[in-house]
Ligand binder design. Structure first.
Ligand code: GLA
Length: 386
């Protein structure tokens, strides 16, 4: 990939890049839609992501080209200007970051040329957005020696989503991209930002990721609606409980709490969030006990909750989860924001071959598209590569 990036950079910018980076996508094992509700999440970064070649430019622009958006050509974004506006292309991530830096009175002394190539499906539920924003921040931080810490990068990348791009997401994706670690998943408390790594190096199972071939864009999806609904439910429950977030409620308080809400939709949203947060703790225990059967069961339970109570699944994602079950997976669920994207399945290594064969057969029943899957492993977070 490095050679490819070098070749393409040369074609676009007529010089060699001076640095190379890889910024991964993430899979979240459990804890979906808990991160903006003060809960726990359990993501890991994968070996698919965005590769970049970069080089100093003497123009006062960030000139950026992405292989994923060839028709956009090289986008030239001026640095140190007073106002950055959304232009509805991938350059908006750069604009948002430059806007953040300007708010902090950071001036850049020169421009940059950046080439990107990605093998991460955009809108695939694997956090292609955070991979991109964290990448650009890291490149700028290194080039201009801004001294931002890893956590600063996480927070700024999230702020770009929330304040510039208008997606009211939580911190999970940005945190994962920065802190991901080989053979581990991160157990993150999204309020304190305290985290632990759990070993994922089991010998007898695989994570198979199934691409639904349907793309969703977070802003256009109902993501922000869900965030608003949970805020509304929180404001009702705050009158009865001393809580700051929905996830401050324990599962044993759930039924009592639901009785205070007289809106059926909000009740279901709360039910998902509180039960999902509990599932993170349950999966942690199952992983520690190496209890793969229970691990898988919880994934199926999570999918049911995302489908029925949180309503962020889709018919296709539901079908894929059902097919995974029929094909012998221990567990399966949609990952990420929902409304499209990917399904994560947990499969015993010994069953992998028959699982894939059966899955393919069933899949052809419901779709004429190609069955696209990948076996994913936990890899390091963002890094500079030689
Ligand atoms: C998207 C958001 C995350 C998180 C997930 C759902 O990936 O970016 O912050 O809310 O959806 O768990």
């Amino acid at each position: 990939m490095r050679d490819y990036v070098r070749k393409r950079f040369l074609e676009k910018f007529a010089e060699d890049p001076s640095k190379y980076y890889f910024s991964p996508g993430r899979v979240n094992i459990i804890g979906e839609h808990t991160d903006y509700n003060g809960g726990l999440v359990m993501p890991f970064t994968i070996d698919k992501g965005i590769y970049a070649g970069t080089r100093r430019s003497d123009e006062m622009f960030i000139n950026i080209f992405s292989d994923n958006y060839p028709l956009e050509g090289i986008i030239n974004i001026p640095i140190n200007i007073d106002n950055y506006d959304l232009e509805k292309n991938f350059g908006d991530y750069v604009r948002g970051i430059l806007d953040e830096l300007r708010n902090d009175n950071i001036e850049l002394s020169h421009g940059l040329d950046i080439f990107l190539a990605s093998n991460l499906p955009s809108g695939g539920g694997l956090s292609s957005s955070a991979a991109l924003s964290v990448l650009i921040l890291r490149v700028i931080n290194d080039e201009f020696k801004l001294g931002l810490t890893q956590l600063d990068i996480v927070k700024k990348a999230k702020s770009v989503e929330n304040n510039f791009l208008g997606v009211n997401c939580g911190v999970m994706d940005q945190f994962a991209v920065v802190f991901g670690k080989e053979k581990s998943c991160i157990l993150l408390d999204t309020v304190s930002l305290k985290y632990d790594y759990l070993n994922l190096d089991f010998e007898d199972y695989e994570f198979v990721l199934i691409n639904s071939n349907t793309v969703r864009k977070l802003k256009e999806s109902k993501y922000n609606d869900r965030q608003m609904e949970t805020q509304k439910a929180l404001s009702i429950l705050k009158k009865h409980y001393d809580i700051n977030y929905l996830c401050d409620l324990n599962l044993n308080k759930l039924n009592e709490a639901l009785a205070f809400i007289d809106n059926e939709v909000l009740k279901r949203r709360v039910k998902h969030v509180v039960s999902e947060n509990d599932r993170v703790k349950q999966i942690k225990e199952a992983i520690e006990r190496k209890d793969l059967d229970r691990f898988g069961e919880i994934l199926f339970e999570a999918h049911e909750s995302l489908k029925k109570d949180y309503e962020v699944s889709s018919e296709l994602l539901d079908n894929l989860v059902d097919i995974a079950k029929e094909s012998g997976a221990l567990g399966a669920r949609m990952v990420g924001g929902g409304f499209g994207g990917s399904v994560l399945t947990l499969v015993l290594k010994n069953d992998l071959k028959s699982f894939l064969e059966k899955f393919k057969k069933h899949y052809q029943r419901i779709s004429d598209k190609n069955f696209i899957y990948s076996i994913v492993y936990a890899k390091d977070g963002i890094k500079e590569i030689d």
